[in-house]
Ligand binder design. Structure first.
Ligand code: DC
Length: 427
């Protein structure tokens, strides 16, 4: 059997371990923290009171060292001469000396061989500095993650650790053997502004694009359910107008879930938005429209366009219930989590309603981000200008039944809302 390796590289405190651990659980792989192996050897050297800068003495010690690497469940472990050094690996002396030790080629050679051994036994997601460049250069699944130095410093001190992240980065990036770098074929992911779940969603999106066999199979094609004429008339007229007036451009179409129920979460810029999203699809979908529109001709027309009336002034549980019911019936439903249109193009705070709808409906979530509609038809102006509109479709957020369950309370709705907003912001 051929095993898969996912390589995750990046500087200190960029979020590698958390990402690798979560991917291991979600995708059924073993997570290997290669940094822990370098830390373990450093621990042994310091315990034997050897100066890490005395390369000859380090190599002598290394030759007689018994290093055993295994795994328990989905997480790797290590023993050196029969002892598990895990409790000591994040001590300040180790942080201060691990870069010196890991720059010694003989240390790397020994540990790289042990890292490659994992792939003979199991699928792995391995995180470190040289996994995509040296350990598994042939794997197609490579992510390079990074974050602003200030964010990384804060993360480490927030964990109560004394660690000079920038010094370690400088040493790890400038050493001769296997320096930290973006490996050939790696996709970069900046985690500065993302929550942990946001990082995991983005990473799963990247892996899907790199061809990783993700467990949840998504139907690729849309079934041919023809639109009713009145829906088609709106769909066709808005679509044609948007393409000619605003040069409508769609990026990320390959991410689009074309069949089955989907909760589409989009930022909200203008009245142009609902048909913009509707035009991504070849079949009908469900929208929300403000209650006040359901008057006169609108009372007939909006229901024809599958609009659910919503009261914008107060939380409207009946419309949320209607959305959940529609999703359960297999429809795709568009929700603007922010509720209101933006005034300046930026993304506003979301209300937790989307998290509740998502958690209760239990369907895939598709983050979408609109650009330029705020210029084409600004809120409050009513005047059209010929600004270019772009719609970006993000990788779907696919949750396991356990995750849906974990999100099924008030805090859960908030957390899921944040996760969905991260998906939109990442676009
Ligand atoms: O990922 P970490 O911060 O725990 O890693 C500790 C040190 O180990 C890091 O500063 C450099 C070294 N390291 C390495 O040289 N190559 C790897 N693949 C992983 C870690």
């Amino acid at each position: 059997m051929k095993f898969h390796a996912i390589a995750i590289d990046g500087p200190a405190a960029s979020g590698k371990s958390t990402l690798a651990r979560t991917l291991a659980e979600r995708l059924g792989l073993v997570m290997v923290n290669s940094g822990a192996m370098y830390r373990a050897v450093t621990w042994k050297i310091l315990r034997e009171e050897i100066d890490p800068a005395d390369t000859a003495a380090v190599i002598r010690l290394l030759d007689g060292m018994d290093i055993h690497c295994g795994h328990e469940g989905s997480v790797s472990n290590i023993r050196i001469d029969g002892t598990d050094p895990t409790p000591f690996l994040r001590e300040p002396e180790i942080n201060a000396n691990v870069s010196t030790v890991s720059a010694i080629p003989q240390v790397r050679e020994r540990l790289v061989a042990l890292q490659r051994d994992y792939l003979k036994r199991t699928h792995v997601v391995m995180e470190g500095r040289d996994i995509g460049s040296v350990v598994f250069p042939d794997t197609p699944f490579k992510i390079y993650i990074d974050a602003d130095p200030t964010v990384r410093d804060e993360r480490r001190s927030g964990e109560g650790e004394i660690d000079s992240v920038s010094q370690r980065d400088a040493a790890d990036s400038s050493r001769k053997t296997a320096p930290l770098m973006v490996a050939d074929g790696a996709t970069k992911l900046d985690t500065s502004a993302l929550t942990i779940s946001g990082v995991v969603d983005a990473a799963i999106g990247i892996l899907g694009k790199q061809g990783f066999p993700l467990p949840q199979h998504l139907p690729a094609e849309e079934p041919p359910t023809p639109m009713r004429w009145i829906y088609w008339l709106g769909w066709m007229s808005f679509g044609a107008a948007y393409r000619t007036l605003f040069g409508l451009r769609v990026i990320g179409n390959e991410n689009l879930i074309k069949a089955g129920p989907v909760l589409i979460a989009s930022n909200h810029q203008s009245f142009l938005d609902p048909p913009l999203i509707g035009n991504l699809y070849q079949t009908e979908m469900v929208y929300f429209a403000r209650k006040t529109l359901f008057k006169g001709f609108g009372k007939w027309l909006y229901p024809q366009w599958n609009a659910i009336p919503i009261d914008q002034d107060k939380p409207d549980t009946s419309s949320m219930k209607a959305a959940i019911r529609k999703l359960k019936e297999g429809w795709r439903v568009l929700v603007f989590p922010e509720g209101q249109r933006t005034l300046d193009g930026s993304i506003n705070e979301a209300a937790p309603g989307i998290g509740m709808i998502a958690a209760k409906a239990g369907v895939p979530i598709q983050p979408v981000r609109i650009f330029g509609a705020d210029k084409a038809l600004p809120r409050g102006s009513g005047k059209i200008s010929f600004a270019r509109i772009t719609v970006k479709v993000g990788p779907p957020i696919l949750l396991t039944p356990e995750e849906f369950k974990a999100y099924s309370n008030k805090e859960g709705y908030l957390a899921l809302t944040e996760r969905i907003m991260d998906g939109i912001k990442a676009l």
